[in-house]
Write a protein that binds this ligand. Structure first.
Ligand code: MG
Length: 258
């Protein structure tokens, strides 16, 4: 009796194993492959610009050379930075930072800038401005073409936090571009940090920050730390103000919310 049961069980197992072998014809391979295909959601269609660096169809244009209608002065009122005939926007020393009216969180940001052709000042006093993501995390703008300074404060640094991977600076007086991918930080309901901000930056097309973890608010003195804020905050461009070497110019600023 016992021997007969074992024989039956083994026989059944062998039959099952044979039946489980799929036929490896093309139809069955296609069906197997389809299980890992994703068809939805379909990515939105975006029309890229004909020229690299110009705004694609879904970007919010923050400055197109005509006016500062998307901006206000950090001190209040309208910005008084100079718009030149060719559309170049230039910092007017001491007038204050400019701030977007709209808030932004995670984003792709394109911004072109130019340090003054006539060199005045040195180190941090030569072409100093800055792009403050969410108004508090500074990507440094500085003339870093043969201009020694502390390296965690040179062009492309996350100021006092991350040294750029390389120095891709152009000469003073030449237009340069930052292309930024920024991931906003998140906070728990009690204000404690949940996930830190991250930033990737291309300087003139060269990778200089690779998914760097931001350590908190930019500080000139002392260590950085996070302070809870809204999920969207205005973008700020710095008027470094203090000295004469910083009339930095800007053009072609656009952003895509992520
Ligand atoms: Mg700065």
């Amino acid at each position: 009796m016992k021997k007969q049961w074992i024989t039956t069980a083994l026989g059944a197992t062998m039959v099952l194993a044979v039946q489980a072998q799929p036929k490896l014809n093309m139809d069955s391979l296609v069906k197997m492959a389809a299980k890992t295909e994703v068809w939805e959601p379909v990515p939105a269609k975006v029309t890229p610009s004909k020229t690299v660096g110009e705004a694609p169809s879904d970007a919010i244009v923050l400055y197109n050379g005509k006016d500062l209608s998307q901006w206000q002065n950090k001190k209040g009122g309208s910005p008084t930075w100079k718009i030149e005939k060719d559309g170049t926007l230039t910092v007017v020393k001491g007038t204050g930072d400019i701030v977007t009216k709209q808030g932004f969180g995670s984003c792709q940001l394109h911004i072109e800038w130019r340090s003054p052709a006539a060199i005045a000042g040195a180190s941090q006093s030569r072409g100093n401005s800055g792009i403050f993501l969410m108004g508090r995390y500074e990507l440094q703008v500085l003339d870093s073409y043969d201009n020694p300074t502390y390296v965690n404060g040179q062009a492309g640094s996350i100021y006092k936090q991350h040294i750029p991977l390389v120095n891709a600076s152009r000469k003073p007086g030449e237009w340069q571009a930052y292309d930024i991918v920024f991931t906003a930080p998140t906070f728990f309901a009690d204000g404690q940090l949940q996930t830190p901000a991250r930033i990737t930056v291309f300087h003139n097309g060269v990778l200089i920050q690779n998914n760097a973890e931001i350590k908190g608010n930019t500080e000139w003195i002392g260590p950085s730390s996070y302070k809870s804020h809204n999920s969207k905050e205005p973008l700020v461009i710095q008027d470094h103000g203090m000295d004469g070497g910083n009339p930095v110019s800007f053009r072609n600023i656009w952003i895509r919310e992520l």
